[in-house]
Write a protein that binds this ligand. Sequence first.
Ligand code: NAD
Length: 251
Amino acid sequence: MFDLTGKTALVTGGSRGLGRAIALALASQGADVAVNFRGNADAADAVVAEITAAGRRSIDIQGDTSAGRDACDAIVKAALEGLGSIDILVNNAGITRDNLLMRMDADEWDSVIGTNLSGPFWMTRAIARPMLKARRGRIINMSSAAGRMGNAGQANYAAAKAGLIGLTKTTARELASRGITCNAIAPGLIETDLTADLPPAATEALLAMTPLGYLGSADDVAAAAVYFASDEARYVTGQVLGVDGGIVMGS
Ligand code: NAD
């Protein structure tokens, strides 16, 4: 089940947190993995070393996915040159810049939309042509429970993550006829550097709304990515899978 042997993947923001866990999980199922990172080359190298030690091919690719079309084209080009093909794209890179709506400034708004929504758009745009040519592909977008239910203090983040769901469904519709699927994962509260920065009261409040009552792990999210990446998920597209302890229960 979920054997990814012979498949190639590109994970944005893959040097730590959920991206790291996803890169390692895809590799553990047999995939070769390109690890995109923005700043921390040492952390990216460590992920690459772990994957290659396990017998898979891996490269790291420096690049800022929020920097627009040329930057995203360059990341995809480097991944194609390094691994020969890209079967699986995971748009994982994301940031938070929280503030109340009435206090949110242009930089907070623009940077979060730029990283969390425009980045995945330009990455998808760049990978679409080679995937269309190959007549196969898996695109996996990292949304968030905040994009499905809103979250006070996260107008920028929730709007970007909700927009990403719209992008996911549209990509799924446009590329389906060529054997390409596009799905989103919407994590709830997961233990990473991103949530370590939350004020304890905010964590408590979110946990109180989470039926399972505890923070998820990066591996819980990585398992969903492995499923969407697999051949077994070939008939699943345009979906949003909450890995969120039940905080959002969609129909
Ligand atoms: P993290 O901060 O630990 O890791 C994010 C990674 O993305 C980092 O490696 C960072 O360097 C990279 N990154 C940020 N901007 C980038 C850019 N412009 N170009 C390239 N790389 C960039 O966060 P995480 O918790 O691992 O989050 C990963 C994804 O999951 C994000 O999209 C986040 O919004 C989403 N998410 C996380 C949670 C959670 O509880 N941790 C919940 C819902 C959604």
